[in-house]
Design a protein around this ligand. Structure first.
Ligand code: 5GP
Length: 212
């Protein structure tokens, strides 16, 4: 269903770790005053460059379980032994104020949002790295914590990858600017009548290569 004139939309950007999704969500928020990123709750420990309330709301396992029981989350999932979840109330408040909310969540969360959200416009986008070498490089650069974490993320990458066809759109992040512009085209298409088309058979071939 189309959103009303005053209601914003939801845009989920999912990708295997290391495909550049965080940079893209931050660019959208920076360039458009009516876009805002949903800040998740997590039981993961903060990384050195992360701030509580800005990157995530960092909570402990007990607090997270309590929030689940209270029905606080729109969706939640366990990833790499940590819990992640999206606060329902604050997201809905923002959408009702006319803001477009961007979500950086995984495929499990996307499935839950798709099931639960019926009267708000939802756009789902899956972002792929251009090739396996680029992905590995991005994972190594990012995780100074070493080979084991990078290997764990690689495993998660393959699991995530198998869900690409459940998304409305798939884009390849070879060049950040091109990828960003493609996302703008998707939004424009959704706001107008001409949906942005992507080459499904090309994406399917790339997924085959990345899954090896
Ligand atoms: P990271 O720990 O690297 O920040 O995130 C790990 C994964 O958790 C990423 O794939 C990210 O999209 C996902 N994620 C972050 N927040 C949420 C959330 O609230 N719900 C779900 N389902 N996934 C999340």
């Amino acid at each position: 269903m189309k959103s009303t004139e005053t209601q914003g939309f939801m845009m989920i950007l999912s990708s295997p770790s290391g495909a550049g999704k965080t940079t893209l969500t931050k660019l959208l928020e920076k360039n458009f005053s009516n876009f805002t990123i949903s800040i998740s709750h997590t039981t993961r420990k903060p990384r050195p460059n992360e701030t509580d309330g800005k990157d995530y709301f960092f909570v402990n396992e007990n607090q997270f379980q309590k929030l689940i029981k209270e029905g606080f989350f729109l969706e939640f999932a366990k990833i790499f032994n940590n819990h992640y979840g999206t606060a329902k109330k604050s997201v809905l408040e923002k959408i009702n104020k006319g803001l477009n909310v961007i979500f950086d969540i995984d495929w499990q969360g996307t499935e839950q949002v798709k099931t639960k959200i019926k009267n708000i416009k939802l756009i789902t986008v899956f972002i792929l790295p251009p090739d396996i070498q680029t992905l590995k490089q991005r994972l190594v650069n990012r995780d100074q914590s070493g080979k084991q974490v990078a290997e764990q993320r690689m495993k998660k990458f393959k699991e995530e990858l198998s869900h690409w066809s459940d998304y409305d759109y798939v884009v390849v992040n070879k060049d950040l600017n091109d990828c960003y512009n493609e996302i703008l085209e998707i939004i424009k298409g959704e706001e107008g009548n001409a949906k942005y088309l992507f080459d499904k058979s090309k994406i399917s071939k790339l997924v085959d290569q990345l899954s090896k």
